[in-house]
Design a protein around this ligand. Structure first.
Ligand SMILES: [Zn+2]
Length: 175
């Protein structure tokens, strides 16, 4: 069952009282004691779909969640960082290669559970088509890097629902 973020807050972060939240179930809760309202919005993350003559670049996940599953390179966007900068930083960290051109492609929400905490993300995907196969090195939280042709992608091995949806979007909209 889908976890709900309201179950993760036991005390009001403003006045410290216990179990005082009134949650509207969509995007905010209000403390019944101090009346402070707290908005719950998605956590921004980014990913890159890099397509080469050998196929799309995927990185196998080194760590939980979804360890060993196939994922697109990417990660969380830092505070005050743009998505454009974040996706390039993540590519440098994970595969030691950054394409010159990366265009925004699509976005999908995802539930990311780390250390028993649910982060409801909005994953922003960028796309790059290369006419060469780049030299890449798996680093950071990527275990292995592989290139997979469009027709050989196994959706069951993809790490997250947003990974699946972004690849489906690509197959449907980018020929
Ligand atoms: Zn309060």
């Amino acid at each position: 069952m889908r976890q709900h973020i309201k179950n993760q807050f036991k005390f009001c972060p403003f006045c410290g009282k216990e179990d005082t939240f009134i949650f509207d179930d969509v995007k905010m809760f209000t403390c019944s004691n101090c009346k402070q309202t707290y908005f719950v919005n998605p956590v921004a993350a980014c990913g890159a779909i890099i397509e080469t003559p050998e196929g799309i670049l995927f990185a196998k996940r080194k760590y939980e969640p979804r360890k060993d599953f196939t994922d697109l390179p990417g990660g969380f966007i830092d505070l005050h960082e743009t998505a454009e900068v974040a996706v390039r930083r993540e590519l440098e960290e994970e595969i030691s290669f950054v394409p010159e051109q990366l265009d925004f492609l699509c976005s999908y929400p995802n539930d990311y559970i780390f250390d028993n905490m649910l982060y409801t993300t909005l994953d922003l995907y960028f796309y790059s088509r290369l006419d060469f196969v780049p030299n890449v090195v798996a680093g950071d939280d990527a275990k292995d890097i592989e290139f997979v042709k469009r027709e050989d992608i196994d959706m069951n091995l993809l790490a997250f629902s947003s990974t699946v949806k972004s690849i489906e979007y690509l197959l449907k909209n980018i020929k």
